[in-house]
Design a protein around this ligand. Structure first.
Ligand SMILES: Nc1ncnc2c1ncn2[C@@H]1O[C@H](COP(=O)(O)OP(=O)(O)OP(=O)(O)O)[C@@H](O)[C@H]1O
Length: 366
């Protein structure tokens, strides 16, 4: 891997809060999402990388250079916040060039040329002579992004850059960020509490819990294979069952607590939790709603684990329908709109639910 940023054993004390043993390794081609609930330390992490806080321990290496103790202006890192303040008495153009002006680089022909390309690509060339007061939220956000990247930093840090935008502007900004990432060739660390955004943009992801990284990996992998109940909960894991792992004739099964269902045989790779720690122990099992199948007829495959339940309600979304059922527990299945229209389901109806063993994921209880 062509490493852009290597953070190892980073510790930061901030009053009663601490960032603990943060390890991140990313390439220039990575779009790294940091995900977590409010107060878990996302902003502090970005600000420590940017140099606004001095860590108590650990190292931050950017492009092979140890920047751990350097002041922010010597780090070559761009930082943009959700509500980045623009200077009200400066035009958009002056705002974008502000940092460069302070360092005597605003007249640099390379920066000027880059500014022209950037404002064109970000669709803000018509705003350059305006003042921040009359700009919309989406326009302000694009201006603060342009300010953060005009000097072509190798690393861009974004703190919830999309959360104040309406869904349509957010979609357009996501596309813009993707293009900037590819075209400008800069690594991005993007902080959010929205896991859909993390799934849509990220090539890698870290989930934070109380100042420490709880899980790190590819977004899709974390989505289907959360390592802990905390991560499964934060990623809104839909069917999270409590139960026990049993060994029957040398094969492992999951028995649902307070219910009749037995799931298995479990595949060997259904979660490190069992391989490491076999025996009859308490576990959680996750079935993502998209992996829970639903129909009027039982499944055709003999390998599927199936049971019956009643439809309690149906919630329509833009791209799919969530069908909530009750029977041997509470269940949520996600159907494509085409499948939902084909089935013509109604509340109270009896249906078959089923899941294939390869879609069962086991998580330790704690
Ligand atoms: N300078 C500081 N001194 C002391 N405590 C701080 C400081 N900055 C932040 N904190 C505390 O550290 C914790 C983490 O804050 P941080 O802003 O990093 O959270 P966050 O994950 O970004 O939250 P949000 O999603 O709400 O922005 C919070 O409890 C916050 O009050």
């Amino acid at each position: 891997m062509n490493t852009l940023l290597e953070i190892s054993g980073l510790h930061l004390n901030a009053g009663k809060f601490a960032l603990k043993n943060i390890n991140i390794s990313m390439a220039r081609s990575d779009y790294f999402m940091v995900l977590g609930p409010t107060g878990c330390g996302k902003t502090l992490l970005l600000e420590t990388i940017a140099g606004l806080y001095m860590p108590a321990g650990g190292a931050i290496i950017l492009q092979g250079r140890d920047i751990t103790r350097l002041p922010p202006e010597q780090r070559s890192i761009g930082l943009a916040y959700q509500d980045s303040l623009l200077y009200p008495f400066l035009t958009v153009k002056e705002n974008i060039l502000f940092g460069s002006r302070g360092r005597g680089k605003a007249g640099d022909p390379q920066i000027r040329r880059h500014l022209e390309q950037l404002v064109e690509a970000m669709n803000i060339s018509g705003l350059l002579d305006r003042y921040p007061a009359g700009l919309s939220g989406g326009e302000r956000q694009r201006v603060s992004l342009a300010r953060a990247i005009v000097k072509r930093p190798p690393l861009l840090l974004l703190d919830e850059p999309l959360s104040a935008l309406d869904p349509r502007t957010r979609g357009a900004m996501q596309e813009l960020l993707r293009q900037i990432h590819l075209r400008e060739g800069l690594g991005i660390i993007h902080v959010t509490h929205d896991f859909t955004e993390a799934m849509q943009l990220g090539t890698c992801m870290a989930v934070l819990k109380n100042g420490a990284i709880e899980q790190r990996g590819a977004p899709c992998d974390i989505f289907f294979h959360p390592a802990t109940v905390y991560v499964a909960g934060f990623l809104q894991g839909e069917n999270l069952l409590a139960g026990t792992i049993l060994t029957i004739n040398g094969r492992r099964w999951f028995r649902q607590d307070n219910g009749p269902l037995l799931f298995g045989p479990l595949p060997l790779d259904c979660g490190a939790a069992i391989a490491d720690n076999p025996g009859s122990q308490k576990r959680k099992m996750l079935i993502r709603a998209g992996n829970l199948r639903l129909g009027r007829q039982p499944p055709e495959s003999a390998n599927s684990i199936s049971w019956t339940a009643s439809v309690s309600r149906i919630a329509l979304n833009r791209t799919h329908a969530d069908v909530y059922c009750h029977g041997s527990g509470n269940w949520q299945a996600s159907l494509s709109l085409a499948r939902w229209r084909e089935l013509q389901l109604s509340a109270g109806e009896r249906v078959n639910l089923w899941v294939n063993p390869e879609n069962l994921h086991i998580i330790p209880e704690n």
